[in-house]
Design a protein around this ligand. Structure first.
Ligand SMILES: O=C(O)CCC(=O)C(=O)O
Ligand SMILES: [Fe+2]
Length: 271
């Protein structure tokens, strides 16, 4: 039989690139939605500090270290997270920033993480880092998940995150046992020449597979990093500890799947 692969040329190109690198960076598919999210975050942060909503959200977020120190940072972060969770349009706006990219890479019947991750890293702050890891090392992450990672300010060098591109990740995974006793920091030092710091100007989004090694380091830039991350996967992919209804909610179930899930064979015919 002939090989069957009916993806469109554009889909094939994206798929190949994703398989090789483990991530895709592209402009947001909905700039108004992204700006609305950025402005909401700036307003929530300003409210926490007892200030008026800023005229220029980008400048305000970049320079938040002028208004807050490390001691208050986590409270600010939690305030913004709970504010976003209460914002009824937020999740749909977030999805619309990368809807067709997710549909190409993952599928068109999706579940979305109910919670959200917000990373705020002041310059030179070592208190809220995520050292090198792959989310699938702990058993709770399914390799079927992707992360939609969206910056609210320009992210580059140590103000961003690093990944070990997928093609290299496979080689290093085979050598992991060499680092079993030496720890994660020595593994990072070994892979450091090969990691890529994602360069993501505001207005762009990243989708990456958390199966590859990634993480962040102390932000050595002069301004503060602000990024969001939320996970997506296909509705009918395996669930581990992150259950449907608890960790994930369906966002785009199609009618035939609804019929199929409800359908029960009529009894009595073959009996
Ligand atoms: O944002 C980062 O620096 C790391 C994010 C991460 O580890 C994740 O979303 O799985
Ligand atoms: Fe991660």
């Amino acid at each position: 039989m002939h090989k069957m692969d009916f993806l469109q040329p554009q889909e094939k190109e994206l798929s190949l690139s994703f398989i090789q690198k483990g991530y895709i960076i592209q402009p947001t598919e909905d700039r108004a939605a992204l700006d609305r999210i950025q402005s909401q975050i700036a307003t929530l942060a300003a409210t926490f500090l007892g200030k008026e909503p800023p005229q220029n959200p980008t400048d305000f977020l970049n320079n938040i270290a002028n208004s807050i120190g490390i001691a208050q940072l986590n409270d600010l972060r939690l305030h913004v997270i709970s504010g976003l969770m209460e914002t009824d349009w937020f999740r749909k706006a977030y999805f619309s920033c990368a809807r067709s990219l997710l549909e190409t890479l993952v599928g068109n019947e999706l579940v979305m993480q109910r919670n959200l991750g917000l990373s705020v890293q002041l310059p030179h702050d070592d208190s809220s880092l995520l050292p090198l890891h792959s989310d699938v090392w702990g058993s709770e992450c399914s390799p079927f998940e992707v992360v939609l990672w969206i910056p609210l300010v320009d992210c580059y060098r140590t103000k961003s995150m690093f990944v070990l591109p997928a093609s290299l990740d496979r080689q290093w995974r085979d050598r992991m046992h060499e680092f079993a006793d030496k720890g994660t920091e020595s593994l990072f030092e070994a892979i450091e020449p090969e990691v890529e710091w994602l360069k993501v100007p505001y207005g762009n989004v990243v989708v990456f597979t958390p199966t590859i090694m990634h993480g962040n380091r102390v932000n050595q830039e002069a301004t503060t990093r602000w990024t969001l991350n939320i996970r997506f996967k296909g509705v009918f992919t395996p669930y581990s500890d992150k259950r449907l209804g608890e960790y994930f909610s369906p966002i785009s179930v199609r009618p035939v799947s609804r019929i199929g899930m409800k359908f029960q064979l009529p009894g009595g015919f073959n009996e």
